[in-house]
Ligand binder design. Structure first.
Ligand code: THU
Length: 143
């Protein structure tokens, strides 16, 4: 997919904000929503899903990736991520290290775009390479 239009970016941000209502967050009360865009233009959504045993908790970004990959998708263009307490998007919500590494499994670090911010009227973009310099490359394992 060529460069994303402003309309597409706003739609992604809006979709990520919409997902905050579904976050299952009885332990942290910190909601995260994600909207993942495939190269063919389809959007997969995700929210964080916590667990009383804590470690089984899943981040919003990985929820979106695993939903998409489990339905046969493997080519991704961009993801929008928002998060905050009381289900209100706040400045400063960035993907955790584990989610960045999951992105690296399926995305080209140079071109995969990560949109952060608080909503369709306030966002900025960083590539995966910006956020995960020196990420573990699958070519090391695959040869
Ligand atoms: N969380 C995400 O969903 N994505 C991130 O990248 C950072 C953290 C979630 C995990 C947990 O449910 C809550 O935010 C507080 O850490």
């Amino acid at each position: 997919m060529a460069h994303l239009t402003e309309e597409t970016i706003k739609k992604l941000m809006e979709t990520a904000v919409d997902m905050l209502q579904f976050s299952y967050i009885p332990y942290s009360n910190y909601a995260v929503g994600a909207a993942l865009l495939t190269r063919s233009g389809k959007i997969y959504t995700g929210c964080n899903v916590e667990n009383a045993a804590l470690t089984p908790s899943n981040c919003a970004e990985r929820t979106a990736f695993f939903k998409a990959v489990s339905e046969g998708e493997k080519e991704f263009a961009a993801i929008a991520i928002v998060g905050g307490r009381q289900r209100v998007a706040e400045e400063g919500c960035t993907p955790c290290g584990v989610c960045r590494q999951v992105m690296q499994e399926f995305c080209d670090p140079e071109t995969f775009e990560i949109y952060l911010g608080t909503g369709p009227d306030h966002y900025y973009m960083q590539t995966l390479k910006d956020l995960l310099p020196g990420g573990f490359e699958k070519s090391r394992v695959l040869g």
